[in-house]
Write a protein that binds this ligand. Structure first.
Ligand code: ADP
Ligand code: MG
Length: 347
């Protein structure tokens, strides 16, 4: 009898322990579709269902607020109001806007103008060309270029923004996904989530203890097949890719990137088809990945060497040739599939 009691007690204890372990290790997931439908996926470990439900309520309202501030295509957003009014009179900046602009003011000079959130007139010119199917005349490219340059944006000491030229505009397409990932991760950490992942449209940010394994998209595969060129192991931080292979316009049968070289006023065409930046904050990795795409391999490596805490994978496509350059620090952590492994050089 005594043994039976002890046996039951141990059984109950084991069962409770198992439940606690399962409960603690649970991986919970939710998806949101802000910014006109970009999938934002949140993964949290070590959360009860009730805690996670509350977390997701908080994430939902934070993400809705960010969307109402940063989405240029939402006419009621803060950025849309700035783009409408800041050529005429100074516009007061909200906190998030001030913080994302602060990062733009870091990466614009550090990338020597390759990353420039004022490329709007050029984006619109090239989108229009994609719709009409005709290349824009040089004169129109020049006019649009006159309206591009973060140097023509002034922020007053009391937190207001003003454009020095007519027809200017801000676009955070190259930096917002990383910024949002950071913001959502910070919110989750503040709420007590010890480990998790925030993924904004395939751009991920991992936080907490331990390692995370991420797939790196294969830029030679179609959007539908979504192959991976390999996987990378990360200890917290961002894994953010900027690429030409998914979004482009076709003019005269030629593909043009949606990423613009502000220095030429034209879509980038330097052979790089994808740049993945690994490590650090999402906002910085996102800006850097886009800057790398604009700069091309050589200059991208220069930019990357000025930020030793991040690693990168650059993929070049020239004619029939595919080549990969990956940071030496990734050597033990990057597992490329067979058809990519023989194309990699470490830098
Ligand atoms: P993705 O490749 O995931 O679309 P990126 O982070 O490279 O993302 O951002 C591309 C977007 O950034 C473009 O769609 C456009 O809105 C904007 N953009 C294009 N060229 C530049 C540039 N040189 N600097 C900053 N933003 C840019
Ligand atoms: Mg980017």
């Amino acid at each position: 009898m005594r043994y039976l009691k002890a046996f039951i007690a141990i059984g109950v204890a084991v069962a409770v322990a198992v439940i606690i372990i399962i409960g603690r290790d649970a991986r919970r997931e939710a998806v949101f579709y802000p910014f006109g439908g970009i999938p934002l996926k949140v993964v949290a470990y070590d959360r009860s269902q009730a805690e996670f439900d509350e977390d997701m309520k908080a994430v939902s309202s934070r993400v809705a607020k960010l969307s109402s501030e940063l989405d240029r295509h939402d006419s009621g957003s803060e950025i849309a109001r700035i783009n409408r009014d800041a050529s005429v009179a100074p516009v007061v900046l909200g906190d998030d806007m001030e913080r994302i602009l602060a990062r733009c003011y870091r990466w614009y000079p550090q990338s020597r103008g390759a990353f420039d959130p004022t490329v709007v007139p050029l984006i619109e010119l090239w989108e229009g060309a994609g719709e009409s199917g005709e290349l824009p005349p040089d004169a129109e490219v020049d006019v649009a270029r006159q309206r591009v340059g973060l140097g023509y944006v002034a922020i007053t000491h009391d937190g207001r923004i003003m454009f020095a030229r007519e027809g200017m505009g801000l676009d955070f397409g190259a930096i917002a996904k990383g910024f949002i990932a950071d913001e959502v991760a910070r919110l989750l950490v503040e709420r007590g989530v010890a480990r998790g992942i925030v993924d904004v449209g395939g751009n991920a940010l991992a936080f907490g203890e331990g390692t995370f394994t991420f797939g790196v998209a294969d830029p030679s595969s179609t959007r539908e097949s979504q192959n991976l060129m390999g996987t990378v192991e990360v200890e917290r931080g961002a894994v953010i890719t900027s690429g030409n292979y998914e979004r482009y316009v076709t003019i005269d049968g030629r593909r043009f990137s949606h990423i613009i070289d502000p220095r030429t006023g034209r879509p980038v065409a330097n052979g790089l088809v994808a740049a993945t930046v690994i490590g650090g904050e999402g906002v910085d990795a996102d800006a850097m990945a886009t800057a790398c795409m604009v700069l091309g391999k050589e200059e991208a490596m220069g930019l990357l060497s000025s930020v030793p805490e991040v690693s990168a994978i650059l993929v070049e496509h020239e004619g029939e040739d595919w080549r990969v350059w990956a940071s030496k620090a990734l050597q033990p952590r990057l597992n490329l599939s067979d058809n990519w492994a023989d194309k990699v050089e470490w830098f």
